[in-house]
Design a protein around this ligand. Structure first.
Ligand SMILES: Cc1cc2nc3c(=O)[nH]c(=O)nc-3n(C[C@H](O)[C@H](O)[C@H](O)COP(=O)(O)OP(=O)(O)OC[C@H]3O[C@@H](n4cnc5c(N)ncnc54)[C@H](O)[C@@H]3O)c2cc1C
Length: 332
């Protein structure tokens, strides 16, 4: 009987290219596969995804499974879970990784159930236990106040991984790999849902999730007008504006600005937290930032425990001076 072997990444595509999360998973999968001394494969599912196979190889895959079918043009749970289950049963990976994206969060639990195995979601760190060769899956727990590592005895070990938690490999187009085409074998009459339309939320400027700099405001900003000053700084730094929950609840900014446990989880290079107290539910969303700078009038505020740099003071005085200095430095 075939044995579980290797690491498989479920690939996602965006605008005709591999999604960034997929390149990150391939980078991490490459490391795990090397530690296991086994191979890394990537599964591409869609209506015309064969062209992405070489890209997956360039980012580290040894083998790419391609399932192309017009019925797979748009993500639909029924079809995607069927074909992913089929390929997972054929490829029998020991480890199966998906992004903790809208798609991954929908697909992974159903897939785990169908494969009769466990799932660990929202992982930020993955490692191979040197003794048991089992996958150790680390994720934030208790609203981000602690991290816990899980191992599962059932195979394949499935994990969804948070965006920006892993680093992609340098793209190398000279890498060679094997491409395996698999028939989807879907029966259209088995589909229980019909795809009608995709509505893309309009975003002005850079998306919060993609921004390298985020200027975020909290309840202490006090009004929608206050956020205009944050917008100004974000624009100068070519970043995006975020918020804690109260400004979203109060309607000062749209709900999509919310960072945190029930908002977006981001990992920019720089996170400027203005008049945010640093509640654990908020920190969960920004703890992946490389540098946090806090502006708060309360020196005892928790945000200063999280920040690398902090200014104690009224943001209405600090922020204009900060913005003016940034303008001056960028003009040099
Ligand atoms: C299940 C659950 C999920 C949640 N999910 C989220 C989430 O996703 N995201 C999130 O953010 N919260 C979330 N919350 C809410 C969270 O617990 C906090 O209530 C919230 O983050 C507090 O937001 P804040 O820091 O803006 O407000 P506050 O805690 O009220 O802090 C305001 C800060 O502004 C400072 N300040 C006031 N005026 C000024 C000034 N003039 N100059 C400088 N500083 C000033 C104050 O010193 C204070 O530190 C959640 C809560 C629960 C229970």
């Amino acid at each position: 009987m075939a044995e579980y072997n290797g690491v498989m990444v479920f690939g996602e595509a965006k605008e005709g290219k591999l999604a960034v999360i997929t390149t990150e998973l391939l980078g991490c999968g490459r490391r795990l596969a090397s530690e296991l001394g086994q191979e890394l494969s990537c599964l591409l599912v869609g209506s015309d995804v064969g062209g992405l196979a070489q890209e997956a190889i360039s980012f580290g895959a040894d083998k790419v499974y391609v399932v192309s079918d017009p019925l797979l043009k748009n993500y639909q749970t029924d079809t995607y879970v069927l074909v992913t289950e089929k390929v997972a049963k054929q490829g029998m990976p020991k480890v199966l990784l998906l992004g903790h994206t809208a798609l991954g969060r929908d697909l992974a639990p159903r897939l785990a159930f169908r494969l009769g195995t466990a799932l660990t979601t929202d992982c930020v760190e993955l490692a191979i236990d040197p003794d048991s060769k089992s996958l150790l899956m680390t994720k934030p727990v208790y609203g981000g106040n602690a991290q816990a590592s899980f191992a599962s005895e059932s195979l394949p070990q499935i994990a969804t991984v948070r965006t920006k938690a892993m680093s992609p490999l340098e793209r190398d187009d000279s890498r060679q790999g094997e491409i395996i085409t698999i028939e989807a074998g879907l029966d259209p009459s088995s589909l229980r849902t019909e795809f009608l339309e995709r509505v893309v939320a309009e975003v002005e400027g850079i998306r919060l999730e993609d921004a390298e700099v985020v200027v975020a405001g909290g309840r202490g900003i006090g009004s929608a007008e206050g956020f205009e000053q944050l917008e100004e700084l974000a624009k100068i730094l070519k970043g995006a504006v975020g918020a804690s929950r109260p400004p979203c609840d109060n309607g000062w900014v749209p709900p999509g600005y919310q960072v945190g446990l029930t908002g977006k989880i981001i990992a920019p290079d720089l996170y400027i937290a203005v008049a945010i107290s640093g509640a654990s539910q908020h920190i969960t969303g920004c703890s992946g930032a490389k540098t946090i700078v806090a502006i708060n009038k309360d020196p005892e505020s928790n945000i200063f425990r999280e920040a690398s740099f902090g200014v104690v003071g009224d943001w209405k005085k600090v922020l204009p001076a900060f913005t003016a200095k940034v303008k001056e430095l960028l003009a040099d």
